[in-house]
Write a protein that binds this ligand. Structure first.
Ligand code: F3S
Length: 64
């Protein structure tokens, strides 16, 4: 399972990185990115980050 952050939507609020630093990291451009696949352990915090992102920039990648 993989998540993705829409770079155009992300405003760099950092909520996702705070909730799940195992999957999200803040890039040098001040926008969050996904740098690891989602595992069973990180599924719940990633879902929480998705629900908490103020601009709904995080979504699941289809076909994964
Ligand atoms: Fe960006 Fe949303 Fe994370 S605005 S930093 S993707 S919580």
């Amino acid at each position: 399972m993989k998540a993705t952050v829409d770079q155009y939507l992300c405003i760099g609020c950092g909520v996702c990185v705070g909730l799940c630093p195992q999957v999200f990291c803040m890039g040098a451009d001040g926008k969050s990115g996904v740098y690891r696949p989602v595992t069973e352990e990180t599924l719940s915090p990633v879902q929480e980050a998705m629900d908490s992102c103020p601009v709904t920039a995080i979504s699941w990648l289809e076909h994964e």
